[in-house]
Design a binder for this molecule. Structure first.
Ligand code: PMP
Length: 421
């Protein structure tokens, strides 16, 4: 790595707090599935902005829309004014996403990030029900603010921050059950038992695939059971689709496969499609108890992001082509990963995923980290996830070509052999 770590990188690193020590270069440009460092060296990007770049870097359709908007002096900052960019987005979101799925949601712009969407969802659930406790899951990740951290599973993220867990309680996520039939009876007993000490929860918040938690995939029947549990016990179901939404699992919303309709949904990351900050909190209309101005923020509703989001929905969600393509490639990726595991028995212990999010679990974080380091040297960007960083996560742009997918999987295979050989 030494010969590709320019001193400029060290200057940058010494002046800011940055966790990205895994990639010791200074990046300059990006198109499609590739980033380029300032020396012009290309890197295949199987990280895709942690799921923010489902349509690739500088997607030409989105870029054209953005450049046209700016050339016409489109409004960049408009607080929560009505703007044509916002109106176009809302109309397009309704016609391409909500109406075809018969989803009745109202849309709220809670702030620029996924964390903001989660905070708004938690706040709304508490306001609507008049209750405070929220149930979340082991290994969940919901954000970095105090409320979203309280429902995040990873204790290391909370360390020393004085996060109050008083009104957050945890259930085991589906993958702890192995092949066992999903059963929430034990939780129902707790809910029904006045001696259990559990305050009746306002809501349950869940990811259908835990991205940061290690690519843990919930089964559709488990999600259906959870949805029924919420209905039976008058708890709101919040699906946090910040990372798995916008087509990552194939469908626009990751919960579609399970056939459930959450009460509240959070979206961010790839909704703008261009890496611009935008977040949405969607909720059933009867939950709309917000008073005007009750949940405000300077950067909620970013007009350039509305423009690229509208272009992305127009280009990719007017028909089912992207969905089909993503689902069609899931088998290809899974097959390659299983080959990699089974081939010589040295590599990953487990392969998990859906659509174009896949995880390869190693015995420990050091091995997973070594794989990512080697992949970087060979020109592939990958990140680890999971409670001990033991899962190498693959999150290529949905628009990656077949050749790019094969190239990345090939580099991964070489990196695994190198790191575990
Ligand atoms: N929820 C989930 C499921 C996420 O994956 C993330 C980000 N990794 C967040 C919330 C927080 O989003 P942000 O970093 O934009 O605040």
């Amino acid at each position: 790595i030494t010969d590709i770590a320019p001193s400029v990188f060290e200057t940058v690193e010494s002046e800011v707090r940055s966790y990205c020590r895994a990639w010791p270069v200074v990046f300059e440009r990006a198109t499609g599935s590739r980033l380029y460092d300032e020396q012009g060296r290309p890197y295949l990007d199987f990280f895709a902005g942690a799921g923010s770049l489902n349509y690739g870097h500088n997607n030409p359709v989105l870029k054209r829309a953005l450049l046209d908007y700016l050339a016409d002096d489109g409004i960049t900052h408009g607080l929560d004014m009505s703007t044509t960019a916002k109106r176009d987005f809302l109309k397009t979101f309704r016609s391409t996403v909500l109406e075809p799925r018969a989803l009745p949601y109202k849309v709220m712009f809670p702030g620029p990030t996924g964390t903001n969407a989660v905070e708004a969802a938690l706040k709304l659930a508490r306001k609507v029900t008049g209750r405070e406790t929220v149930v979340s899951f082991t290994n969940a990740f919901h954000g970095m603010s105090l409320g979203s951290l309280a429902v995040t599973g990873n204790a290391a993220k909370r360390a020393g921050a004085g996060v109050s867990l008083h009104h957050a309680t945890r259930m085991p996520f589906d993958h702890y059950l192995g092949d066992r039939v999903p059963d929430f009876l034990w939780f129902e007993r707790l809910l029904d038992d006045p001696g259990s000490g559990l305050d009746h929860p306002a809501a349950v918040i869940v990811e259908t695939v835990q991205g940061e938690g290690g690519v843990n995939v919930a089964r559709a029947e488990w999600l259906r059971g959870l949805s029924e549990l919420c209905r039976r016990h008058d708890m709101l179901l919040i699906v946090d689709d910040v990372q798995m939404g916008c087509g990552r699992t194939g469908d626009f919303f990751s919960f579609e496969e399970a056939g459930i309709t959450p009460d509240i949904v959070t979206l961010s990351k790839s909704i703008s499609g261009y890496g611009l900050p935008l977040a949405l909190c969607l909720f059933r209309p009867e939950l709309d108890v917000w008073e005007p101005g009750e949940h405000n923020g300077t950067f909620r509703g970013n007009n350039p992001a509305f423009v690229t989001a509208t272009a992305a929905l127009d280009a990719y969600w007017r028909d089912g082509a992207l969905r089909e393509r993503t689902l069609g490639r899931a088998d290809r990726v899974e097959g390659a990963l299983l080959d990699l595991c089974g081939g010589d028995g040295r590599a990953g212990l487990a392969v998990r995923g859906r659509g174009l999010v896949w995880g390869l679990e190693f015995a420990d974080g050091e091995r997973a980290e070594a794989v990512c380091r080697r992949a970087f040297e060979l020109g592939l960007l990958l990140e680890t996830s999971g409670p001990r960083g033991e899962v190498v996560k693959l999150l290529p742009p949905l628009t990656a070509t077949d050749d790019e997918l094969d190239e990345g999987l090939g580099i991964l295979a070489r990196s695994v052999r190198h790191a575990t050989g």
